[in-house]
Design a protein around this ligand. Structure first.
Ligand code: ADP
Ligand code: ZN
Ligand code: ZN
Length: 721
């Protein structure tokens, strides 16, 4: 008898033992169906042993060891183990989060043949078949002349079924098609250098930071590197921050690599599609995988290069369950696999930039736009303390829009606030409309005549009068996209206006439709939020106006300037992508602020150096390592008390600082009060050791005393507070 140690999706940091008649180490990485309580669940075999600490009478037998797919490779399990360890979660939870949902169900997968080939019997039968068996003759003929054919092309005909039953045709693995790479324009000298450096590093671990201004042609560098990886027989994994960005990149990749099997992986795929894409990658058939953060867990037996595009993007951080950073896991994975990893961005995270500055990552720069005619846009700072501003739009911006309309070019007015106005205020007593479940203002949405909470989704009608004093003079205060849209419509009645925010693009296909409208020149004036900032190329867009950016400068979060700079840099980068020169107007009350000065000069490095100096002085990341313990409860007191108690649960080593428990910046969401406790250390290793001891102690306490109405979790390397 043998023991299988199985990773199950159970919130306990341990493996579960089951007995089985025969098993060897080869079973590691297999899916297994086991009894758990009175259910049957899927687990992954993490180890095989001879003995168990579970008493024999309580040791249950494996229900079924599935062999419907090759075992998950060792490096995949190692990645899951690392993530579990680093982010303080059970291995089983990580493993299950990393599997496509279809594979988490306790059922074997149906065998789907990839291709069919003619057997020796089939060849003999071909000559003997009578002429009236036309369909069968055609099928056998095709396989005799064309060799093995993909199942997808042959279809599921009666002839195929009959030929298989007689043993004339048999399923075979799909033969790999030769991969070609289509070269386009000649590379610019910086592109050539960057591509050569990365290509030269294939075959060993090498982290690169590709710092390229918007439009510098980072994609082309990625494609060159992928081509080299494919020539060596390898696979490539490309991570992108958003599902929205996959179709364009996928098309480009398919056009440039005819014959290569390409798969996309993201959470919006249908269950079967996602399982199929994952399995094809696992089988080594797929050569290029494009995906969002969850794709970092794709098993790839011949992975040769890993690329993380827009590596600074916050969506690489998973915000629930296993709170991992896909970018950081990508670097770990590349290290473990001994392959290059390329982190690309115009505005890298300060963490990655600091690595490059310290020589741990190799810095590759693309300082110019790739297309001959495309120049970086000029950035003008409009001082709203002295300029005339009407309805949020300065004279200078209005004049610039006017000029674009006259020339038939497009303008974008950017502000990061959807809805009509962020607050509804009573002019008599100062009452403001607040969400009953969150500590947040309700946002006025005039189009639906509703007040909406942007944290919990709560909606209510706009009141006719003040709830406190009865005054009917309620005024929307501040500006959101709907209000700016209305103001621009009044000011430029002839312009074709398009508002692009998460409200106007919510319906499926809306954003695609809007994008084609913009491309076709069927819109003159766009009002948009950060949806507009990312990765899109609109050749007629020559003006970007930025409203209301100052608020982020005053935020308490030390990462706010980093996020603001990245966002403004990205949105500014939408202007003048093609032949027409671009212009960016930033309306601000602080035109002398170093962040805006660096933005106007397109100088990421200046901005990053200044920020790093400040962070170093204050002892913030990347000069320190952080984790937070978060607690949620119906009452804030209880959450704070839980944290205060948690702080006393273990001895805190001298190298780690625990701060006082504090309410989070949005202290209540959906009726839950939220508080947190920050742990900081100058040493990642010391912090990790402390977190292990701490989370074990906290789980022990929870087991003894119960949850008492408090939900809690640890987050390592938090991005938001
Ligand atoms: P990034 O991702 O760095 O912002 P892209 O990869 O989107 O930039 O490239 C910007 C534009 O430049 C694209 O339209 C691309 O086709 C074009 N481009 C890239 N490389 C070259 C090149 N070597 N010569 C001419 N055009 C190029
Ligand atoms: Zn009032
Ligand atoms: Zn709310």
């Amino acid at each position: 008898m043998k023991i299988l140690r199985v990773a199950l999706d159970v919130p306990l940091p341990k493996l579960f033992d089951y007995r089985i008649e025969h098993a060897t180490e080869r079973e590691i990485g297999r899916r297994v169906v086991v009894p758990f309580g009175n259910r049957r669940v899927v687990g992954i075999v993490a180890a095989v042993g001879d003995a168990s600490e579970v008493p024999p009478d309580r040791l249950r037998a494996v229900h079924a060891l599935l062999d419907d797919l090759p075992p998950l490779p060792r490096d995949w399990l190692a990645l899951a183990r690392f993530a579990a360890d680093y982010y303080q979660r059970p291995l089983g939870e990580v493993v299950h989060a990393a599997l496509p949902p279809r594979l988490r169900r306790p059922e074997p997968l149906p065998a789907v043949p990839e291709a069919f080939a003619l057997t020796a019997d089939g060849r003999a039968a071909l000559d003997a078949l009578p002429a009236r068996s036309r369909a069968k003759r055609e099928l056998l003929q095709r396989l005799a002349e064309g060799g093995p054919s993909p199942a997808a092309e042959i279809g599921r005909s009666a002839a195929l079924r009959e030929c298989r039953a007689r043993g004339w045709v048999a399923p075979v693995p799909l033969p790999a098609a030769p991969v070609a790479f289509v070269e386009r324009e000649a590379l610019t000298p910086p592109q050539r250098e960057a591509a050569a450096a990365i290509r030269g590093a294939l075959g060993g671990y090498a982290p690169f930071l590709l710092l390229g201004v918007t439009g510098s042609g980072k994609t082309e560098v990625y494609l060159q590197v992928i081509a080299a990886a494919l020539v060596r027989g390898g696979q490539a994994l490309v991570l992108v921050p958003e599902i929205n960005l996959t179709p364009q990149l996928e098309q480009e990749v398919r056009d440039r690599f005819p014959g290569a099997a390409v798969a996309t992986l993201h959470s919006a795929l249908a269950e079967n599609e996602r399982a199929a894409a994952w399995l094809a990658a696992h089988a080594g058939r797929t050569r290029i995988v494009l995906g969002t953060r969850l794709a970092v867990f794709t098993p790839l037996p011949r992975l040769a290069v890993l690329i993380v595009d827009e590596e600074h993007d916050a969506s690489y951080k998973q915000q629930e369950g296993v709170r991992y950073s896909a970018r950081d896991l990508a670097v770990y994975r590349a290290h473990a696999a001994g392959i290059p990893v390329v982190l690309g961005s115009a505005t890298p995270s300060l963490e990655s930039y600091a690595h490059a500055r310290a020589g741990r990552y190799r810095l590759l720069s693309l300082p110019e736009r790739a297309r001959e005619a495309a120049r970086l846009p000029t950035v003008r700072l409009i001082d709203t303390r002295s300029e005339r501003v009407a309805d949020g739009v300065s004279e200078a911006l209005a004049a610039a829009i006017e000029a674009r309309l006259a020339r038939g070019e497009q303008s974008l007015v950017f502000l990061n606030r959807r809805g009509y106005a962020p607050v509804l205020v009573c002019n008599a007593c100062g009452w403001t409309a607040e969400c009953v479940r969150c500590s947040a203002h309700l946002v006025v949405h005039l189009a639906e005549r509703a007040l909406r909470c942007h944290h919990c989704g709560h909606a209510e009608p706009v009141p006719r009068s003040c709830v406190l004093c009865g005054n009917v003079d309620l005024v929307p205060f501040g500006r959101g996209t709907q209000r700016v849209e209305a103001a621009l419509a009044a000011r430029f009645p002839a312009a074709r206006l398009l508002r692009i925010d998460s409200d106007s693009t919510r319906a499926k296909g809306r954003w695609d439709a809007m994008r084609s409208q913009i491309h076709a020149g069927e819109a003159d004036l766009l009002v948009g939020t950060q949806i507009m900032a990312k990765g899109h190329d609109f050749p007629r867009l020559t003006l970007v106006g930025i409203l209301n950016a100052d608020a982020a400068l005053l935020a308490a979060d030390y990462r706010a300037p980093e996020r603001l700079f990245a966002q403004l840099y990205q949105v500014a980068g939408r202007a003048g992508r093609a032949e027409l020169p671009g212009e960016v107007l930033v309306q601000t009350r602080f035109p002398q602020h170093p962040l805006y000065r660096a933005l106007a000069a397109h100088d990421y490095v200046r901005f990053a150096e200044a920020q790093l100096a400040e962070r170093e002085r204050a002892g913030f990341p990347p000069f320190a390592f952080e984790a937070v313990l978060r607690a949620e409860s119906k009452a804030l007191d209880r959450a704070l008390a839980f944290l205060a108690d948690a702080a006393r649960a273990v001895r805190v080593p001298a190298e780690v600082t625990l701060y006082d428990p504090v309410p989070m910046s949005v202290a209540r969401i959906g009726g839950w009060a939220r508080a947190q406790l920050l742990a900081q250390s100058g040493s990642r290793r010391e912090l990790q050791a402390f977190l292990h001891a701490w989370s074990a102690a906290l789980r022990e306490r929870a087991r003894e005393r119960g949850a008492a109405g408090v939900r809690w979790h640890l987050e390592v390397d938090p991005l938001e507070f």
